[in-house]
Design a protein around this ligand. Structure first.
Ligand code: FMN
Length: 324
């Protein structure tokens, strides 16, 4: 059931990946996803030292015997405050099965070492051009994310409905689709577009195990599909977020040409942590995708994944009855 090249490569039951979400992708949350048959991901950039990441991986491995992924952050061109090379050695030593690389830099410099260490690599991008370059660099899987998503949207803002088949047409390696997927309808649609799996971020935030503050989960239940906005276009770092006071302020500052230095206190990691982990809903940028408008309950991760799988089969039958 649901066997694709992605389930084969990653050794998972269902082709459902919980995309890394800084600062929420902890060992406990990742293990919950993996235990439910998907692939849970720990974010290495939540740590400044290799030993911090090693401890987190060991915690996750003590909670599940299923495959676990680690995200390696390639968003900063230089001066990243985290030691990616050392993280990769830890990933290999601790027997991590898969790495999700994401960001503006190519994963090319890391792929040979990861392959040597028997780690599968999924590079996550928002354009076909970057997808092709990741394939050329040796990525096993390419994740393509449409602009509905809650993370870094990319400058082109192409929606999932278009970017997924465009990438499937261009690539030989399997494609995993993300952006606006949160239920069985989105899951089946992604498979219909030619993807062999899905990456889900926003929908996983509204689960019991996600360590985001309960006030944020309640906000998600109230939010509608038109309650998000794209920020940071002026500094070429587009992110989608729920509208709040900080989003209004950032947009206003961008409109009058504010510099990165001026924007940083509002868009920086510390204010985001305050918002997500302490529930101060106006404290920073509330990264969140448009699928938030379809979220009406807070299930466990297992209930969410099983619900998607069961309903996907029902959708398959309905489509079959239409002669498709
Ligand atoms: C709160 C939040 C934080 C995220 N942080 C990261 C991150 O640190 N690195 C990354 O590669 N993607 C990040 N993403 C993107 C997700 O991994 C995933 O690709 C995306 O959420 C999928 O689209 P969706 O939100 O429509 O499900 C984040 C997304 C959200 C909602």
């Amino acid at each position: 059931m649901f066997k694709t090249r992605v389930t084969e490569i990653l050794g998972i039951e269902y082709p459902i990946i919980a995309g890394g979400m800084m600062p929420l992708s902890t060992a406990e949350f990742a293990a919950a996803v993996s235990n439910a048959g998907g692939l849970g991901i720990i974010i290495s950039a939540n740590f400044t030292t290799a030993s911090g990441l090693r401890e987190e991986i060991r915690k996750a491995k003590s909670l599940t015997d299923k495959p676990i992924g680690v995200n390696i952050n390639l968003f900063l061109r230089e001066g990243a405050p985290w030691p990616n090379e050392e993280f990769i050695e830890v990933v290999i030593e601790e027997g991590i099965e898969a790495v999700e690389t994401s960001g503006i830099r190519s994963p090319a410099e890391y792929i040979p070492r990861l392959r040597e260490g028997n780690v599968k690599v999924m590079h996550k991008v928002t354009t076909v051009r970057h997808a092709l370059s990741a394939e050329q660099a040796g990525a096993d899987i390419v994740g393509i994310i449409g602009s509905e998503q809650g993370g870094a949207v990319g400058m082109d803002e192409v929606t999932t409905m278009v970017i997924i088949p465009a990438a499937v047409n261009a690539l030989k390696v399997p494609v995993v689709a993300g952006g606006g997927i949160g239920d069985a309808r989105g899951f089946v649609a992604a498979l219909a577009l030619g993807a062999e799996g899905v990456i889900i971020g926003t929908r996983f935030m509204a689960t019991k195990e996600c360590p985001v503050h309960p006030k944020f989960k309640e906000w998600m239940l109230r939010a509608r599909e038109n309650d998000t906005v794209i920020l940071e276009r002026s500094i070429r770092m587009t992110h989608r977020a729920l509208k709040n006071r900080t989003a209004d302020k950032v947009l206003e500052m961008e409109a009058r040409g504010a510099s990165l230095e001026e924007l940083l206190p509002l868009i920086g990691g510390e204010s985001t942590r305050k918002l997500f982990l302490e529930g101060e809903l106006d404290a920073g940028i509330a990264h969140c995708g448009q699928i938030v408008g379809l979220i009406n309950e807070i299930p466990t991760v297992k209930e969410l994944i099983e619900g998607i799988v069961i309903e996907a089969k029902a959708i398959g039958k309905r489509l079959d009855s239409l002669g498709i």
